[in-house]
Design a protein around this ligand. Structure first.
Ligand SMILES: [Zn+2]
Length: 506
């Protein structure tokens, strides 16, 4: 009864968004997993920051400490760390995940932020949004060439590209006509690139399954990208979920190679309004006004305040969805709040007084410091504020853990909700990374028989032991339920590389 494991990571889909898509008929295959194959939908809390590098590190390694955001300032190495198109994580990677047992040890980790201890990434990594650079990865060409050589794949990709492009353009025009402003930067390039990488990833997962790797972990990011551009409940985003469902169905059709499948997400999204639209000015500009003489550099964004040569100091502000970290960049270590308040007594209170800000967090020794409405708050008052976003005790523990990271900003700024939309420090119509709403509650779709309990998971790193246990029980054949035997034909991975694109079909 030995089985292998394939884990599909669908980025940015909250448990509630999945529930709506299941009920609304957008994801008929996932629906059939629940109705006919004994799957159930589990909710879990991803913790803070509610962003992919943090959650995925937790899931893959069981350790996501010192990942305070999607992008941050590493004071010791003086590096802006970020993921995505121009990832710089590799410059600091050596200090992460030491002594961890990766979920995908000797398996395949495809289109993920991290190598995950895997033997192969099939040439596709999330970190540069194109092709992998792991030491042991095969060349991207070995995946790309056979993929492109198959006219069915090309036709499929072209068809989806044309339909999505057409619909996206139509949505964009309609949104503008209704006075909405979808995040232009995301609309064409990222969405198109995601479709291509999405197709290539699906192809690589099926190839990895044919070759017998286990476990396999693969990330699909098209929903998250589209939801950033249009918002998580927009029709464009729902349409992408249909494509995702179709991809999962195709991957699932390869399960007869001896696999069990888990589908999960890393965080959700909430509708957002940009800080600049809500305030009238960019957050960096507001900070520069509060810090005369300083040069304020937004990442990603512009520079504000004093000139390069005339500045008395530099401030870096890293913007990631509804969370901003503020760093006094000349300092080699994090500043205690007392120290900061001694030199800039007005800064924390003034930021916390902005209508666009829900909460400011700082740290004093081992103590968390919270500011709201222009002053420090604590005790029952902070509980009352946090209760608007989640169970206050759990949220306080999540905030406190984030606040313990050396790489956190001297001040952490959380966007407020205005008319149901969270203030977002980037140019996004949907976002995550912060506190509040569906962004904090992703899902795991797994078989009931496996007896998975995620009710106590308050951080993605707590999902790791659950998945490791499932992986090991499937391998031993002791996981619950009646499982078909692994076909001996597929046991020897890496031996049967002679499959061509044509064998793999769709
Ligand atoms: Zn995202």
């Amino acid at each position: 009864m030995k089985r292998k494991l394939v884990v599909l990571h669908i980025d940015g889909v909250s448990a509630d968004a999945l529930r709506r898509a299941l009920d609304g008929g957008e994801m008929p295959f996932l629906r059939s997993l629940i109705d006919a194959e004994g799957y159930e939908l589990h909710r879990y809390r991803c913790g803070l920051p509610s962003t992919t590098p943090f959650s995925q590190a937790g899931i893959l390694y069981g350790d996501n400490s010192e990942i305070p955001s999607f992008r941050w300032w590493d004071r010791e190495r003086r590096v802006f760390v970020q993921f995505g198109a121009r990832s710089t994580f590799k410059q600091v990677a050596a200090s992460y995940f030491q002594g961890c047992e990766p979920l995908t040890e000797d398996g395949a980790c495809i289109a993920a932020c991290y190598p995950g201890g895997a033997a192969d990434d099939f040439g596709i990594a999330y970190q540069d949004r194109s092709y992998g650079h792991q030491d042991r990865s095969r060349s991207a060409a070995s995946v790309l060439v056979p993929y492109l050589a198959n006219p069915i794949h090309l036709g499929d990709w072209l068809w989806q590209t044309v339909t999505v492009l057409g619909r996206t353009a139509k949505d964009y025009v309609e949104a503008r006509a209704e006075g909405r402003h979808p995040a232009r930067a995301y609309v064409i390039t990222d969405v198109l690139e995601e479709i291509f990488v999405h197709h290539l990833t699906r192809y690589a997962v099926q190839k990895a399954m044919r070759e017998g790797y286990s476990p396999i972990y693969a990330g699909f990011y098209a929903f998250d990208e589209t939801a950033h551009a249009f918002g998580p409940t927009d029709n464009s985003s729902l349409r992408v979920l249909k494509h995702v469902d179709r991809s999962i169905r195709k991957i699932a059709s390869t399960r007869d190679a001896g696999y069990e499948m888990v589908v999960l997400s890393d965080h959700g999204q909430v509708d957002t309004v940009t800080f600049a639209a809500a305030n009238g000015r960019a957050f960096g500009g507001v900070l520069a006004d509060l810090l005369p003489g300083f040069r304020v550099q937004e990442v990603k964004g512009k520079e504000y305040g004093a000139s390069e040569t005339g500045a008395i100091g530099r401030v870096h502000v890293t913007l990631s969805g509804g969370l901003a970290h503020v760093y006094f960049a000349d300092r080699p270590v994090r500043m205690s709040y007392r120290e900061l308040a001694a030199t800039q007594p007005e800064l924390g209170p003034a930021i916390s007084e902005l209508e666009q800000v829900a909460l400011v967090m700082a740290r004093d020794g081992e103590q968390d410091v919270f500011l709201r409405g222009g002053r420090e708050i604590g005790g029952a008052e902070i509980n009352g504020v946090l209760a608007r976003y989640d169970d206050p005790e759990i949220l306080l523990a999540q905030l406190s853990r984030l606040n313990s990271f050396r790489n956190a900003g001297d001040l952490l700024v959380f966007g407020a909700f205005i008319e149901g939309k969270q203030v977002n420090f980037e140019n996004q119509a949907g976002g995550h990374g912060s506190i509040g709403g569906e962004q904090l509650v992703p899902f795991v779709l797994a078989k009931k028989d496996w007896n998975i309990d995620t009710s106590g998971v308050n951080g993605a790193h707590e999902l790791h032991p659950i998945l490791v246990r499932l992986r090991d029980e499937l391998l031993e054949g002791s996981a619950g339920g009646r499982l078909p035997e692994v076909s001996p034909l597929h046991n020897d991975h890496r031996a049967d590389d002679q499959h061509t694109a044509g064998d793999l079909g769709q």
